[in-house]
Design a protein around this ligand. Structure first.
Ligand SMILES: [Zn+2]
Length: 439
């Protein structure tokens, strides 16, 4: 653990690594044309396909949803506000496609066809002036049309109606979802953040909002939300920064397979961490170790989230925010120690900050490691580290050897050691959850 400067410039890049899995689905065109109807009185929509995932919202009985994909017994669905989540298949009823009466209209000019009713939505194609289209539904200046066997949108002012109607067969869901007129969605920022002129890290900053700022969500574009600020400015913000209404905390996990574990590989990018005697970087091995641990945790059924998954700089402040955002059952930060003079210390240490919240976690994990590793067990200790101090979730920081000890570095740089540490951490977490100390 090398002390690094505590910049307040939080990196949006983190949003990408975090939400990559969730957001992939938002780019899926409505190709399946499959729909479902909610049959339970209230249905939880979750971030992933399983009960262990965080609830991101709820939908009422009778709501129709578009199915994007199926995984095990879960459906990935698109909600009326364009967010994407997962619902249990046993709580919904799948519909057949139906025939709908459509108004026939003609394009007054060449028009862009979009996936959703907004100019920022993905463009699916263009239609030339004079083309006849079948209008399924109209709202807020946009017309939903049958397009390439699915439903798409064009601006209503580019159309003139012909006065005739026709029947078209389009999946019921696309229509039903559209009719659930998008409610005004309010969101709150979890930290101070930049609003940008486009959905991307390199886009110019329009304005900056404080922590806990209230924003109106206008639309989603991949990992980014198009939002309006309280002082009426619009722009884009990383969706990861926001909390949404209706989001409720998970039930506390009582076993590892129900748990969400955030793994925090220390340092990254320009922050190399400490050096081995041969000049190797701490950041390289914290990532390798975290990924080995993550793979074993996933194999045990846990929901694993990384604060970084490649060699990028991540500031200290956003790391505990990740744990808060997903209501992590445990947060584990990985580091390697170093001393002023090489080869003067050896061993691993498990740090906690809060005696009530963190110490049991530290004790169980350290015990599992100590009973197996050949490396000296330096025990459990209090550590005043920002990623623990600012963390509301059970959290520990592991110093898994001295990187400038040649003896320790042989382990630190070996895949076998990573695998052993991973197995021990899984065992330690299993014991921790079974012990009932997790609250
Ligand atoms: Zn470190």
């Amino acid at each position: 653990m090398r002390k690094i400067k505590q910049l307040r410039r939080w990196p949006l890049i983190l949003a990408f690594s975090l939400l990559i899995g969730m957001s992939a689905a938002t780019t899926v065109v409505l190709a399946n044309n499959q729909t479902l109807t909610v049959t339970s009185s209230v249905l939880n929509v979750r971030l992933g396909p399983g009960l262990s995932y965080e609830t991101m919202g709820q939908v009422q009985k009778g709501t129709s949803l578009t199915i994007l994909q199926k995984q095990n017994s879960w459906y990935q669905v698109r909600l009326a506000n364009n967010r994407v989540g997962w619902v249990a298949s046993w709580l919904v009823h799948q519909d057949e496609a139906t025939t709908n009466a459509a108004k026939v209209a003609r394009l007054k000019t060449n028009a862009n066809v979009r996936q959703y009713a907004t100019n920022t939505a993905k463009q699916l194609g263009t239609l030339s002036a004079g083309t006849a289209v079948n209008v399924l539904y109209q709202q807020h200046g946009w017309s939903q049309i049958a397009y390439n066997n699915t439903a798409a949108w064009v601006a209503s002012n580019l159309l003139e109606t012909t006065g005739t109607t026709t029947n078209v067969s389009v999946a019921q869901t696309t229509i039903a979802t559209a009719k659930t007129a998008t409610p005004t969605l309010q969101a709150t920022t979890m930290i101070a953040a930049n609003i940008r002129s486009a959905a991307g890290l390199n886009a110019p900053v329009v304005t900056r909002v404080a922590k806990a700022a209230k924003l109106t969500v206008l639309n989603q574009s991949g990992d980014w939300y198009h939002v309006r600020t309280a002082d009426n400015r619009t722009g884009y913000i990383a969706s990861w920064i926001l909390t949404m209404p209706g989001t409720t905390a998970n039930k506390t996990a009582t076993k590892l397979s129900e748990a969400t574990i955030v793994l925090d590989p220390g340092h990254g990018g320009t922050d190399t961490g400490a050096l081995s005697t041969s000049g190797k970087y701490e950041k390289t091995y914290t990532l390798q170790l975290a990924q080995a641990v993550g793979a074993k945790l996933q194999a045990a059924g846990a929901n694993v989230i990384y604060t970084r998954s490649n060699d990028t700089f991540v500031d200290l402040a956003p790391r505990p925010v990740v744990a808060a955002k997903v209501h992590a059952d445990a947060f584990i930060s990985f580091h390697f120690d170093s001393t002023a003079n090489a080869n003067t210390a050896s061993g691993f240490t498990t740090y906690y900050y809060n005696g009530t919240k963190d110490k049991a976690l530290a004790a169980y994990v350290n015990k599992a490691l100590g009973s197996n590793l050949t490396l000296t067990d330096r025990g459990v200790a209090f550590g005043n580290y920002e990623v623990l101090r600012d963390n509301d979730q059970p959290s520990i920081l592991m110093e898994m050897g001295y990187i400038n000890s040649d003896k320790d570095f042989r382990l630190i740089s070996s895949a076998a050691y990573h695998q052993q540490v991973a197995s021990d951490i899984v065992a330690g977490l299993n014991n921790y959850f079974q012990s009932g100390h997790h609250q």
